[in-house]
Design a protein around this ligand. Structure first.
Ligand code: AMP
Ligand code: MG
Length: 412
């Protein structure tokens, strides 16, 4: 059994970034950028109107009120996508819509609400004074040409996708998605939707793995539940070693008589980097490499395998995909946490903001077979080994589950 940090360092050494590929912007959701996205033009690209109204010269509006409007000659129309090339002279104005280029000679916009309105008349009454620049979106006020918009290593979310579209990028260079194989082992496992016989249970782990894989951005290309027999394991694993970047298993790596997963890996020539980490739950964690494939053998208990995926596999997949590392977050305990003497201890938990601090507490169900302890949780809490229970007010690492929101206010 090796300490958690030592095991982490071993995994770290085996990680390498995948190649990059070009994808269409339409298909870039969730992908990780393999290069900086740079503004190819300033934003806004040209001075334009923030309002539907009239482009005028501010000097012409001096003294204008509702009671004493000023009359201006209407000489043209500038619409979004159809700029006017007419230049206005003193006493003139141009109808100018939101997003339309500011015509030459104009230096402010009067909102249509502050005028006699749009019409085909030659004149318009302006009912307010305006100053230079009002309601004008200035060229480059948001971004300059060549500014870095989004850094390499960022995951594409609606904000990044929208920004890329704004700057006209139809394709992006992103890191390839890791190809992964997920498998469960156990003669007792039955797929949800089928009937259970005596002693059987449903396979839940692969459903958790598949959803986690989708969320992190990996591509599951092999998935199966395998009986506890060496032949079936060998067939699945030898194919997975040929085709996948990462193999993730659940079950079959403990001390049971029918726990063959590790044996079969060894038979197939996999290099074992460690087996058994000082952590709870999930001590019998296997990590190996073979054929440039990383192998994580997680124990079968549902909480152990879920937490094991989040603590070990998720960061490894992110690193392979070039995602910039997120800094560890710490929270203050609102309830005691059952720290272990020699093991890193994980529990699902809740974290929320209270008095401007991140406060957290472990789930009340702590058994590693109790998957429902994850239902209400929005994080995994992780304590280093230590002598006694961690007390209220002490700090603990909080691994926020990215798809769950941070709660505000006390969680009861
Ligand atoms: P093992 O690591 O194979 O000894 O399994 C430990 C516990 O996890 C046993 O109670 C198994 O029945 C259970 N288990 C193993 N695989 C799964 C799975 N895919 N889904 C749900 N429970 C599982
Ligand atoms: Mg088993």
């Amino acid at each position: 059994m090796i300490p958690f940090k030592e095991a982490k360092a071993i995994v770290q050494k085996q990680l390498s970034q995948l190649d990059s590929e070009l994808v269409q912007l339409k298909k870039a959701s969730g992908r990780i950028l393999a290069e900086n996205v740079v503004a190819s033009f300033p934003s806004p690209r040209f001075d334009n109107s923030a309002m539907d109204g009239f482009a005028v010269r501010a000097n012409d509006t001096i003294g204008a009120t509702k009671e004493n409007p000023i009359s201006l000659k209407m000489v043209s129309v500038s619409a979004a996508g159809m700029p006017s090339d007419v230049e206005i002279s003193p006493g003139e104005c141009i109808q100018c819509m939101t997003g339309a280029a500011i015509p030459k000679g104009a230096d402010t916009i009067i909102m249509v609400e502050d005028s006699s309105g749009f019409s085909d008349d030659d004149t318009v009454q302006i009912m307010v004074e305006s100053h230079r620049g009002k309601h004008i979106r200035r060229m480059g006020e948001e971004m300059n040409e060549d500014d870095i918009l989004i850094k390499k290593g960022t995951r594409m979310t609606p904000s990044e996708i929208g920004t890329c579209a704004t700057f006209g990028l139809g394709e992006l260079t992103v890191f390839k998605r890791p190809k992964i194989a997920i498998f469960g082992t156990g003669n007792e496992l039955v797929e949800p939707g089928f009937e259970l016989k005596d002693g059987q249970i449903y396979n839940s782990n692969l459903f958790v793995f598949a959803d986690l894989a989708a969320k992190v951005g990996a591509e599951v290309i092999m998935r199966n539940v395998i009986k506890d027999d060496k032949e079936s394991l060998r067939a699945f694993l030898s194919e997975a070693l040929e085709t996948c970047d990462v193999i993730i298993s659940s079950g079959g790596v403990s001390m049971g008589r029918f726990d063959y997963v590790r044996d079969v890996f060894m038979e197939l020539g996999v290099t074992e980097h460690f087996w058994k980490v000082a952590q709870k739950p999930g001590k019998p964690l296997f990590f190996g490499t073979g054929n440039d494939t990383l192998i994580f053998g997680l124990p079968g208990n549902p909480v152990s395998s879920y937490i094991g995926f989040m603590e070990w596999v998720w960061p490894a997949l992110e690193s392979m995909m070039g995602k910039s590392e997120s800094k560890p977050i710490t929270g203050i305990l609102a309830e005691p946490f059952p720290r272990e003497k020699v093991k890193t201890r994980f529990l699902f938990g809740n974290a929320w903001i209270e008095n401007n601090q991140l406060v957290c507490k472990p789930a009340s169900k702590i058994g590693s077979h109790m998957l429902t302890s994850s239902l209400e949780a929005n994080c995994i809490l992780a304590s280093e080994p230590g002598e006694s229970v961690l007390q209220v007010g002490e700090k603990i690492r909080v691994n926020l589950l990215p798809w769950k929101g941070l709660k505000s206010g006390k969680v009861l």
